[in-house]
Design a protein around this ligand. Structure first.
Ligand code: UDP
Length: 259
């Protein structure tokens, strides 16, 4: 039988609460890593202790993915809302501009980060983007990417290499970026740059964003097999936790109680 795996903790915050927490990490100079957790990352982390450790030591873990919110509630945890990477990024960038801090956009396809930067700086009121670089998630590119981010003076870093490459990139490089808050944002730069539409609001509320994604990118079906596997695991873990006191799949970390 497989050894029990410790539950992953998700911060029980609204979008506004998550933005405030992220701002506090930037303004205090602590910085840190933000993981926007979805079912695919949870499934991956079950098999990958390194990724589990990265998520466990993140300064902020939000419940991206409707499945994460559903699984937490199924296990009896209080979680106020879903907080997606794109929503967190957009709200945080708007607030950062008010406070005079800059952001750096890293990753996504060729020239997408630059296009996202143009969209943000052209917004009213404009977001302060100090740099944008597609780079690449492999360690060979780290030195050049780090030099660009440091030179920009940005305190918020959006990393769009997809999960788990972006989480691993941040964990590997964060010590070299003191005071920076780095967020793995998946496809958010594509959305900001207007290259990928967001699902209609009703689909997001109904937890059906994944169907929109699958319709736009049918090649993702293989990755999406993680979703039914996640649902089955969430159900059995919730049952086992209730009946036998086995460790839960996910737990909600309430404000002020974080480890
Ligand atoms: N991406 C990248 N380099 C890579 C792999 C992915 O820049 O080696 C980018 C990809 O172009 C996209 C982003 O990572 O802009 C997020 O990818 P995906 O939509 O697969 O991420 P998810 O939101 O599902 O985590």
């Amino acid at each position: 039988m497989a050894l029990p795996v410790a539950p992953l903790a998700v911060d029980a915050l609204t979008l506004e609460g998550a933005v405030e927490r992220a701002l506090a990490l930037i303004v205090s100079g602590r910085g840190g890593q933000v993981v926007t957790l979805n079912p695919e990352i949870v499934m991956r982390a079950r098999r990958d202790p390194g990724l589990r450790a990265v998520i466990a030591s993140a300064a902020l873990v939000t419940a991206d993915g409707a499945g994460v919110v559903w699984a937490l509630r199924l296990a009896g945890c209080r979680i106020p809302a879903r907080v997606t990477g794109i929503d967190l990024a957009e709200r945080l960038l708007a607030r950062l501009a008010d406070l005079g801090y800059d952001a750096f956009l890293l990753g996504a396809g060729y020239r997408v980060a630059e296009a996202a930067a143009r969209a943000l700086t052209g917004q009213s009121p404009p977001v302060r983007v100090a740099g944008a670089w597609s780079g690449g998630p492999r360690p060979e590119g780290d030195a050049e990417t780090l030099a660009r981010i440091r030179a920009s003076g940005a305190r918020a870093l959006l990393v769009a290499y997809g999960a788990p490459a972006q989480e691993l990139w941040i964990a590997r490089n964060l010590d070299a970026l003191p005071g920076v808050l780095a967020i793995g944002v998946g496809g958010a730069l594509d959305m900001i740059a207007g290259r990928r539409p967001r699902a209609p609001r009703w689909m997001r509320y109904a937890g059906l964003e994944w169907t929109h994604r699958l319709a736009l990118e049918p090649a993702r079906w293989r990755r999406m097999l993680a979703l039914p596997a996640f649902a089955a695991l969430a159900l059995t873990s919730a049952l086992r936790a209730r009946l036998r006191g086995a460790p839960a799949l996910l737990v909600a970390r309430q404000e002020g109680l974080e480890a």
